[in-house]
Design a protein around this ligand. Structure first.
Ligand SMILES: *Cc1c(COP(=O)(O)O)cnc(C)c1O
Length: 481
């Protein structure tokens, strides 16, 4: 951003302290197509529709047209006959759960609804359960493949189950759950089944249309979409592998009759008649217009080409990681995500992440949970796919591993773990919170430490419920004015 405007200059200065959103070195949170002019197109479309209010489709009929176009494009790729444009994956997942809860009550008389999740399901589903009053039934996954176990999932279904969820792929491990098997169990019991394809839907859907580009070594993509019998809804984010501006996702349904259960209508007040298809009221049509413009420009063939690039880069990276001594992949990548763990007790992956960050690369730390050890998450996007970028990344990673091994792993004082085990997260006093944060090394000054490995080490040594009590305290201190 070059500008004379001092206000814009101040914004630019603030951005300089963030991770870069382009260039492929930030391997979580951001998605760069690497295509020239795409971001400019998205920005122009977004600006043109920024003030349009998607709250009232009768006043702004353009939003209906744009949304119908996007849903048509998505259902042609992933099945289903109806859909809703939302602000992101979390909102799509929330609405999938809300729709299922209301459907279960209306159609099956379920008053104490349950949500059956593999323990690898995205956090958004736990948020949905908490917001909308469902009981989560969390089912362990296969400890080797990290995939949902269809038998265990089937056994968890009851007359109270409103929805069962599978991922294609899971965020943490990048593996595709057995969609066909779980959906069949759900259908047998008359339960709805949601596929969380937030991160992988657009990528995998287009990859499978481009298999001719691979000749003999075409990737095997298991069935995962709304064409699988028993699947009733599917979420797919556009602000991930459709490479559009943030604030864009789709929730697709088997049919409009199911979709209707998630909508909210209100005529019992003195104001305008309300029909909301999403959680928001007033909403800018900017992200919708940007998504429409970007998908129109890139097109099916363009996305197939981008998916092919990403597929190749993912596998080159995976092979490279396997060759670095001390590192291993937690799972065989089935999409565009890698989970990289250490098989050497002297090598701490969180120290590797700090070292990488020092050299300009962001790999996302994932603390140990259940059968999943501490690891680093890498989202591979088209901007990473350049041969030079992959080569550089592997070279830097090897060096970072060397430095991390030299530095040694972070060791958590057993006294901290013992003290933590005695704390009741629901009954912590403000003083106990202060003590706990000081022990974790994040007590002072409302700033995050330079190096995250020591904090992450403590965090993963705490019971998750205690972490859930303390994390908002840490972040709350950043927002103290
Ligand atoms: C990203 C993601 C979500 C949540 O989406 P947001 O756009 O971050 O709100 C849900 N599920 C999976 C598998 C994801 O990768």
């Amino acid at each position: 951003m070059t500008t004379d405007d001092p206000i814009l200059q101040r914004l630019a200065a603030l951005r300089a302290g963030d991770l870069p959103v382009r260039g492929g070195r930030t391997m979580a949170y951001v998605y760069d197509s690497g295509l020239d002019g795409l971001e400019e197109l998205a920005s122009a479309a977004q600006a043109a529709f920024a003030g349009v209010n998607g709250l009232d489709m009768t006043a702004f009929p353009s939003v209906v047209e744009l949304e119908n176009d996007l849903v048509r494009r998505a259902t042609a790729l992933l099945g289903g006959t109806a859909g809703t444009f939302t602000s992101g994956g979390t909102e799509s997942c929330l609405l999938a759960v809300l729709t299922a809860r209301r459907h279960a009550r209306a159609v099956r008389g379920v008053t104490e609804p349950e949500l059956v999740l593999p323990e690898t399901a995205h956090a958004a589903f736990h948020k949905a359960a908490e917001l909308f009053g469902l009981r989560v039934v969390s089912v362990p996954v296969d400890p080797v493949t990290f995939k949902a176990d269809p038998e265990a999932m089937g056994a968890a279904l009851t007359d109270r189950t409103a929805l069962v969820v599978v991922s294609a792929p899971s965020y943490a491990h990048g593996v595709i759950d057995p969609v066909r098997e779980v959906a069949a169990e759900a259908a047998r019991r008359g339960v709805l089944c949601h596929v969380d394809a937030c991160i992988g839907g657009w990528y995998l859907g287009h990859l499978r249309t481009s298999t001719e580009a691979f000749a003999q070594d075409a990737p095997e993509i298991p069935e995962f979409d709304l064409n699988v019998p028993g699947v009733t809804s599917l979420s797919v984010d556009l602000h991930k592998y459709a490479y559009t501006a943030k604030g864009a996702s789709l929730l697709l349904f088997r049919d409009a009759e199911l979709r209707r259960h998630g909508w909210f209508a209100h005529a019992s007040w003195p104001g305008y008649p309300v029909v909301n298809s999403t959680l928001q009221g007033t909403k800018s049509a900017g992200p919708l217009a940007a998504a429409w413009a970007v998908t129109e420009r890139v097109g099916s063939e363009g996305y197939a080409a981008l998916s092919t690039r990403v597929h190749r880069a993912t596998h080159t990276l995976a092979d490279g990681v396997r060759r670095i001594e001390g590192l291993r992949l937690l799972a065989r990548p089935e999409a565009s995500l890698l989970a990289v763990a250490s098989d050497d007790p002297d090598l701490d992956v969180f120290v590797v992440a700090d070292e990488m960050r020092g050299s300009g690369w962001y790999l996302q730390p994932q603390p140990a949970f259940g059968s999943s050890p501490a690891n680093l998450h890498l989202t591979v996007t088209a901007a990473v796919a350049g041969e030079e970028t992959v080569r550089l990344l592997l070279a830097e990673l090897e060096k970072a591993v060397g430095r991390a091994r030299e530095a040694g792993p972070v060791r958590v004082d057993p006294a901290i773990v013992e003290a933590a085990a005695g704390l009741d997260p629901d009954a912590l006093t403000p003083e106990e919170v202060e003590v706990a944060l000081a022990l974790a090394g994040v007590g002072e000054g409302g700033r995050l430490p330079e190096r995250m490995a020591p904090v992450l080490a403590v965090l993963q040594a705490l019971p998750p419920r205690l972490s859930e009590r303390l994390l908002p305290e840490v972040i709350g201190r950043l927002y103290q004015t």
